[in-house]
Design a protein around this ligand. Structure first.
Ligand SMILES: [Zn+2]
Length: 421
């Protein structure tokens, strides 16, 4: 009981501390791996898989309070049941894997409650990430020597990327990840919130912005800026996929090509992520963001699925939600008729998808369809915060145009657009 109380207290303290911090994850690459290093790491991931599958095979009996103490598990091979020793995977790592199974079960239960059809937890043919729960125990960073120590492996790893981690940061949990391009350590760091906010403030544009998320131009801002990118699958990946079809499943050649495909995928994903980062850091400069609440899901299902995937734009709403802890982000209901409303006279009219320019039948106002939509989203966002005193309080004081929200809204409503914004 005493121990449980202690844990509870620490958790509460951490929670309090985190309120004034901002979490960020840094990717560190393990470098110059010797054959022995590779073997050690491989063993770690193998043991993680054995443990995971062993517990999943009989959750009722095996997912108990001593599951993390397991030193030996039984694995079913095509011929027989074999014993496997868990010797490299530390008890904290084992605990991390047990927790993961618990989390997955909880998620499944929740989905079931919602009425979704759910299956059982599946066996894994490969575990690609290992949770490193406590910094200082499961892993340790030595900055001056540019090395990382992983629990259970004696030799320290030389790494690339430590310079990204700021000095005044609190290092927390990590994840060890196996990718086709190598082994990585994802380090979660907590930075003092006031410093992060201060940095954002230094680069701030005293403007509020509305964002229209679209298919053709992914982002159209109420400032008139259009941001688009397209990072399709490479020709190489298509070629490799064709070659894969000709190989026998399970053969060495099959594996080789599959590995190359994974590597190429990783490269494309990285490019998309990188672009998204750049976009978000541009948006961060505005002192208020208004955006439609997740219209992307419905696109995925529709005609535009592939194009949406090719831009990785799906991640933008999630990123904006994160950003909302640092700057005010207003989510506007996705059914607000922002495309149909005239920005000058407020008249509503249908506009077919093929028409790129909005022409008001009543007052003659003309503007690029997405641009106009972004302006309407901003207006709706401002209208929304007018009713929410709480959000208003979080608005930065030096945000000239937004401070008196009424003034800003009035400006828009008076039709002095486009583009005081
Ligand atoms: Zn009009």
């Amino acid at each position: 009981m005493k121990k449980a109380e202690k844990i509870k207290k620490t958790l509460k303290e951490t929670k309090g501390k985190r309120k004034n911090q901002v979490g960020k994850v840094y990717q560190i690459k393990l470098q110059n791996l010797s054959k022995q290093d590779e073997e050690n790491l491989n063993r770690l991931f193998l043991e993680a898989k054995w443990l995971y599958n062993y517990i999943v095979a009989d959750i009722k009996n095996r997912l108990n309070s001593t599951a993390w103490k397991l030193k030996e598990v039984k694995i079913k091979t095509p011929k027989e049941i074999e014993k496997r020793e868990i010797k490299t995977l530390s008890s904290q790592m084992r605990q991390g894997i047990v927790d993961r199974i618990k989390h997955s079960l909880k998620a499944l239960r929740k989905a079931k409650e919602k009425g979704l059809k759910v299956g059982k937890l599946q066996f894994k043919s490969e575990v690609r990430s290992i949770p490193l729960k406590q910094y200082g125990i499961t892993y340790k960073i030595s900055r001056d020597r540019n090395r990382v120590k992983i629990q259970g492996i004696k030799k320290k790893f030389r790494v690339l990327g430590l310079h990204q981690i700021p000095q005044n940061t609190e290092i927390a949990n990590g994840i060890l990840v196996k990718k086709s391009s190598g082994y990585y350590l994802y380090v979660t760091c907590y930075l003092p919130k006031n410093e992060v906010v201060e940095e954002i403030r230094r680069n701030r544009i005293p403007k509020a912005v509305g964002i229209d998320l679209g298919i053709k131009d992914q982002l159209t801002l109420s400032t008139g800026e259009k941001i688009s990118w397209y990072i399709p699958e490479t020709g190489r990946i298509k070629k490799l996929q064709k070659r894969l079809l000709k190989k026998q499943k399970g053969s060495n050649n099959y594996r080789k090509i599959k590995f190359l495909i994974q590597k190429e995928w990783e490269y494309i994903q990285n490019k998309r992520k990188d672009t998204l980062n750049k976009v978000v850091s541009h948006l961060k400069k505005f002192c208020l963001i208004a955006v439609q609440d997740d219209p992307i899901k419905s696109w995925h299902e529709g005609l535009f699925g592939r194009q949406v995937q090719n831009t990785g734009i799906g991640g933008i709403t999630a990123r904006l939600r994160n950003l909302a802890t640092l700057i005010p982000v207003v989510f506007v209901d996705r059914y607000t008729p922002t495309t149909q409303t005239c920005s000058k006279c407020g008249n509503r009219q249908k506009i077919p998808l093929s028409e790129r320019v909005f022409k008001c039948e009543v007052c003659g106002f003309e503007l690029d369809r997405d641009w106009k939509s972004a302006i309407e989203i901003l207006k709706e966002g401002l209208r929304k915060i007018k009713g929410e005193g709480k959000l208003l309080k979080t608005l930065p004081v030096d945000c000239g145009e937004v401070k008196p929200v009424e003034r800003a809204t009035a400006l828009v409503e008076a039709g002095s657009l486009p583009l005081k914004w």
